[in-house]
Design a protein around this ligand. Structure first.
Ligand SMILES: Cc1cc2nc3c(=O)[nH]c(=O)nc-3n(C[C@H](O)[C@H](O)[C@H](O)COP(=O)(O)O)c2cc1C
Length: 231
């Protein structure tokens, strides 16, 4: 009788331990989901930083109006924290660092400031015209100043001009892949928007639709690449 009782006691305690184990692991899973759920949620409404680079610097340009439009649109319709880097205001000289940019060993204050700004960004929108079927030299110069600061970050394009700067954007995409950036395919092409034909830029419905799609895609890439460039 004693042996039978002992036998059932052992079986019951094994079962209890088993249920405790399942319960405990359930709690751990719940906790795990809660913790990661919060992280994922906060990542969805993230504080990823979008830097909008206005490439054109010439007096009388239309690029500043387009940059303002896309910056306002992104601030209202995306989860990015938005800031605008207007190359005309930043006013970098022609590349004037004695050391190679990949070393990050900058000697000039303007390069240090530019480096800090680009390093803090998680994604870019390049507001670009087309000069002689290629990118404006002001953009190439600003990009050449740095290297690692661009790495593993996505870039989208808002192009304008006779053909929406499609040929210039092709050259920018090539340049960006060399810097281990991700040039995203969905872009905004403002066809026929150029000076002197247009004095005041007025966005149309189709421009806003394209901007919305582009921003959604840019956000996905920024989120996916964040662990790479933050590591
Ligand atoms: C040096 C130069 C070259 C240009 N080459 C092109 C070109 O290849 N394709 C084009 O569509 N427009 C071209 N344009 C016209 C520009 O699209 C137009 O002037 C546009 O407004 C330039 O942008 P911005 O005003 O912001 O500087 C050129 C303009 C300049 C100043």
């Amino acid at each position: 009788m004693g042996t039978i009782l002992e036998f059932f006691t052992v079986i019951i305690s094994i079962n209890l331990s088993f249920f405790n184990l399942v319960y405990a692991s359930f709690n751990v899973t719940t906790l795990h989901n809660e913790v990661f759920g919060v992280l994922l949620l906060s990542n969805n409404k993230s504080h990823m930083k979008l830097e909008i680079i206005i490439a054109s610097t010439r007096p009388g340009r239309i690029g500043d109006q387009i940059g303002k439009w896309i910056a306002d649109y992104a601030a209202e319709h995306s989860d990015f924290d938005v800031s605008v880097a207007d190359l005309a205001e930043i006013n970098l000289p022609m590349y004037d660092e004695p050391n190679l940019p990949m070393l990050g060993n900058y000697t000039k204050e303007h390069t240090k400031q530019w480096s800090k700004r680009i390093d803090a960004a998680d994604a870019f929108i390049i507001v670009t015209p087309e000069y002689n079927y290629t990118m404006p030299p002001s953009l190439l110069n600003a990009i050449d100043f740095l290297q690692n600061e661009w790495k593993y970050k996505p870039a989208a394009f808002v192009g304008y001009g006779g053909t929406g700067a499609v040929r210039a954007i092709q050259t920018e995409r090539l340049l960006f892949t060399n810097l281990s950036m991700m040039p995203i395919p969905i872009m905004v092409n403002l066809v026929g928007v150029y000076r002197p034909a247009i004095i005041t830029f007025k966005p149309e419905e189709k421009h806003e639709q394209a901007a919305k799609k582009m921003l959604e895609e840019l956000h996905k890439w920024a989120k996916a690449l964040m662990p790479l460039h933050k590591s």
